[in-house]
Unconditional design. Structure first.
Length: 180
């Protein structure tokens, strides 16, 4: 009976090894995940580059920069490196200090690197966040007929002196009381 039991265990080990190899092969051929816009715009969506630059990167170092501030070619290399570390961490069973697997975190950051690379290639600029399309105060207030403002530009001569007395006098009185 021990012979057939040993054969069954050997067969189960063989099946396990084959399934792990197939899973690895499938992951290698599957398209890599790209982070969604919601993830990239979220609290953790724009991480800082903390690890040293990838070995194939020969340009200026990007350490200390946000993903959104890096060139897309650099982010491609970072994503590939994080994918490699995720596979390695999964094979070794590496855990965080709180006991959670490291691999999903590496994969999530790799997806974010690919997401930022895609955004930047599409024309997104660092720290823009849509502010470039917003009108400036001078454009709004200088436009004729802006609500609540006269159509001509206001000059210093148009502002009455009494306006400043109303602002300065109470502060002066309070300061004088405090100093006495």
């Amino acid at each position: 009976m021990s012979t057939s039991g040993d054969q069954a265990i050997a067969l189960l080990h063989s099946i396990d090894t084959t399934l792990k190899a197939l899973l690895t092969l499938m992951r290698g051929n599957a398209p890599k995940e790209i982070a969604t816009d919601a993830d990239l715009d979220g609290q953790w969506g724009d991480p800082i580059v903390r690890a040293k630059d990838p070995r194939d990167w020969s340009h200026e170092s990007q350490i200390g920069r946000l993903f959104s501030e890096c060139p897309p070619e650099y982010l491609d290399l970072v994503a590939a490196r994080l994918d490699f570390f995720a596979e390695k961490a999964e094979a070794e069973g590496t855990l965080t200090s709180s006991g959670k697997p490291v691999a999903p975190y590496n994969r999530r950051d790799a997806a974010r690197a690919r997401g930022w690379a895609r955004r930047i290639r599409a024309g997104w600029t660092s720290r823009d966040n849509g502010a470039a399309q917003m009108p400036q105060a001078d454009e709004i207030f200088a436009s004729p007929g802006a609500p609540g403002f006269p159509s001509d530009r206001i000059t210093d001569d148009d502002i009455p002196f009494a306006f400043f007395i109303g602002l300065v006098l109470p502060g002066t009185i309070m300061l004088r009381t405090m100093l006495s």
